[in-house]
Write a protein that binds this ligand. Structure first.
Ligand SMILES: [Zn+2]
Length: 312
């Protein structure tokens, strides 16, 4: 078993105006929990390269890319806001490019046969960033950039994105709505930010699958919905690569979500995702950190999930 862990210290340089849930302590919590996990402690922490302008430009419009490339404020202490909760400081561009770069690099490493599955422990997260709009803590859509890289650089024909964050990945859905080679499938709490992700949002010929669940959904229900309503749709799409938006804010301790999941549910999800990758996606699996805002639960969940990534 060889799990690849990619990260970037640049993630610590992306600061946000306090108080803010999506802050550098999250990345520290994930890396510390992995260091405390015996099976992960000895693995390399691969420092990610930055994505190129061309690579992020496959997912995002030139206007979006320009806005982020030019978004850092001149003053070291200042912040530039895209909306009420999405900010850049000096250092944010590098963090965002390395977050997207980690996902791209992980795709390259898996395609080259250099690992079984990869987890990208980076921030800022990505799944709310649409093709033409940073939003919801997200500057570039990391899994979207990786999906387009798998299609355009590696010549694949079909890539699936599975999103288990408690929030709907509107940005990744935005990609699938104009890119039939991408399937986007999400389980998320509804109603909740950003307000999208209804079951009748089905994309292009059904390449968008939304499984909204209500606040109070427990692990047994969450698992059953994935098994019954989401994983079979992914298998039918026959993806050649599986990308996962791995948010852990569905944990019962999370302050931003109302689901009742725990570490055991994320261990189960990792095992199922590995099964799916093995059976339908040539054992190609890359997972990218999204949300998770109770730092203790986030660290434990991310480490347990990553430890359980075993394609076998
Ligand atoms: Zn989230």
């Amino acid at each position: 078993m060889k799990i690849l862990i990619l990260t970037s210290d640049a993630g610590f340089d992306h600061r946000v105006p306090p108080p803010h849930f999506e802050n550098p302590v999250r990345l520290r919590a994930v890396l510390d929990a992995m260091a405390d996990t015996p099976s992960l402690a000895g693995l390399d922490r691969i420092q990610a390269r930055a994505a190129s302008r061309e690579e992020v430009g496959r997912m995002h419009t030139a206007r979006h890319v320009d806005a982020v490339f030019n978004g850092e404020p001149a003053d070291h202490e200042a912040f530039h806001g895209f909306d009420f909760d999405t900010f850049m400081c000096r250092g944010s561009l590098n963090a965002a490019l390395r977050g997207a770069g980690a996902a791209v690099q992980a795709v390259d490493m898996i395609m080259a046969g250099n690992g079984e599955a990869a987890f990208c422990a980076t921030r800022p997260p990505g799944h709310h960033a649409e093709r033409d709009r940073p939003m919801g803590f997200c500057l570039f859509n990391n899994v979207g950039v990786a999906a387009m890289h798998a299609l355009e650089h590696h010549g694949l024909s079909r890539v699936a994105i599975i999103d288990i964050d408690v929030h709907h990945g509107n940005g990744s859905q935005d990609l699938a709505e104009s890119e039939p080679r991408v399937m986007f499938a999400s389980i998320h709490e509804s109603p909740l930010y950003p307000g999208t992700g209804m079951e009748d949002e089905t994309g292009l010929n059904g390449n968008v699958v939304n499984v909204p669940v209500g606040a109070g959904c427990d692990g047994a229900t969450w698992r059953a919905r994935l098994d019954n309503d989401l994983f079979p749709r992914i298998a039918a799409f026959k993806p050649e690569f599986l990308l996962v938006s791995a948010g852990f804010d569905g944990h019962r301790a999370d302050p931003l979500g109302g689901l009742l999941l725990d570490e055991g549910d994320y261990i189960w999800a990792a095992s199922r995702l590995c099964d799916l990758a093995r059976k339908t996606a040539s054992s190609r699996l890359v997972c990218c950190l999204e949300g998770g805002y109770d730092n203790g639960a986030l660290g434990r969940s991310a480490a347990a999930f990553t430890e359980s990534l075993s394609i076998g």
